[in-house]
Design a protein around this ligand. Structure first.
Ligand SMILES: *Cc1c(COP(=O)(O)O)cnc(C)c1O
Length: 404
């Protein structure tokens, strides 16, 4: 019998990282601001900005730190209301809270995307929008940008888990005013911990750089596009010098040395992840009990996991499905079916009163999540798909599948 694939291990770090890490170990030069020339962190920023087609990039300790700094960089007043989707990782409302803002939760539909009617209804009184492309599922960015632009509201994209996803051919994270990405080990680029924000706005870039911990004149080590000196960036640095608190949430050189050799791997990881996802999705969709929501037409996905909805199952059957899949060697998490899932909004008790959002709640009670890394083979994908379809049949029987 085939063995269940290991879906938890990350890919090995490319061999080419070793020489640079060895060099850093020998020199001990781990802080981004000590070396006189471009540090590995500064090089990573330039390369990442280039890869994404953005003017400025700032590498920081995590995507959460990037989200927090984005809100601070926008200079929002204390108590500002920030729209966020009700289906996201707890780091998102946490970043809003950390920035002394108030999250306003927006309903998410059965296809994991923002309910645009609820979004439009909640825009009155909002000061900013933070879109989380949860698991890469991209909401209608045309409609979101049109509505936000109409009111002059800044949009931050939480693209933590969406690197490589495109919308009308544009990289996710470059559509709003700021885009944030994660280098945590479950994401497409892995340095254990780390994050990066990108923007084309010199004022925002300068404020974020200073607050990330570019104390004194360390901001001079941050350059404009393609490493050039950018006068608008220099002006903004001069304007904000000594006027912003330092949150010291920088990235260190070792982490940058781990990420840089992975950048050329992004295209391959995206291609293989999409291949695996679409193959497994086709098999799951053929089951009467499983349904993979279609992407919106302008999106090209970059998945390293698959989400699908259970169809026609009660709560007990949904729990039995999770158990049956586990017995077949594949771990499935129904987002709303555990009392600690960080993606179920009712578990965000740190917010105090959480509104009821019946549509998002209903989705979370049937939406299932399985890891599907890019490195899996066709046989691995067959194993995962077979286990999921088999688990649904264990619970619901085969009868309906044959149209009786
Ligand atoms: C992982 C993730 C984050 C947080 O990233 P960290 O780097 O761990 O802080 C935020 N939002 C989403 C959607 C994520 O998947």
């Amino acid at each position: 019998m085939a063995l269940a694939p290991n879906v938890y291990d990350a890919e090995p770090i490319p061999e080419t990282a070793r020489a640079e890490i060895e060099r850093l170990l020998t020199s001990g030069d781990l802080f981004r601001y000590t070396c006189p020339g471009d540090s590995p962190v500064a090089l990573l920023e330039a390369e990442f900005a280039e890869l994404m087609g953005a003017k400025y990039a700032l590498a920081v300790a995590s995507c959460s730190a990037a989200l927090f700094l984005s809100l601070k960089a926008l200079d929002l007043p204390r108590g500002a209301k920030v729209l966020i989707p009700a289906f996201t990782f707890a780091a998102v409302p946490s970043a809003v809270l950390h920035a002394d803002c108030v999250p306003v939760l927006v309903e998410v539909a059965g296809n994991y995307r923002i309910d645009m009617a609820d979004f439009a209804a909640k825009l009155d009184g909002a000061d900013a929008v933070m879109i989380s492309h949860m698991r890469g599922h991209t909401s209608d960015m045309d409609a979101i940008m049109a509505l936000a632009d109409e009111r002059g509201l800044p949009v931050i994209e939480d693209a933590a888990h969406s690197l490589g996803t495109t919308w009308r051919g544009r990289n996710i994270g470059t559509i709003g005013r700021i885009g944030c990405f994660s280098f945590q080990s479950y994401k497409l680029l892995n340095s254990g911990e780390g994050g990066i924000l990108i923007t084309d706005d010199a004022e925002i870039a300068a404020r974020a750089v200073i607050m990330s911990g570019a104390y004194e004149h360390n901001w001079k080590k941050h350059k404009g596009p393609r490493g050039e000196n950018a006068p608008d960036l220099a002006d903004a640095f001069a304007r904000w010098q000594n006027r912003l608190p330092l949150y010291n949430t920088r990235l260190n050189n070792l982490s940058a040395a781990l990420i840089r050799p992975q950048l050329p791997e992004v295209a391959r990881r995206v291609r293989d992840g999409r291949r695996n996802h679409d193959y497994v999705a086709g098999i799951l969709d053929a089951s009467d009990w499983l349904s993979v929501p279609a992407k919106l037409p302008p999106e090209e996905r970059a998945p390293d996991s698959i989400q699908f909805n259970l169809v026609g199952m009660t709560d007990d059957e949904a729990r039995a499905f999770q158990d049956a899949a586990a017995a077949r060697g594949v771990k499935v998490q129904i987002f709303g079916m555990s009392d600690d899932n960080a993606r179920a909004f009712w578990n965000w008790r740190f917010l105090g009163e959480v509104p009821d959002l019946p549509q998002t709640r209903a989705m979370l009670m049937r939406a299932s999540d399985t890891r599907l890394p890019a490195r899996l083979t066709r046989a691995d994908c067959d194993f995962v798909a077979g286990a999921l379809v088999g688990a649904a049949e264990d619970v619901k029987g085969r009868a309906l599948a044959y149209g009786t």
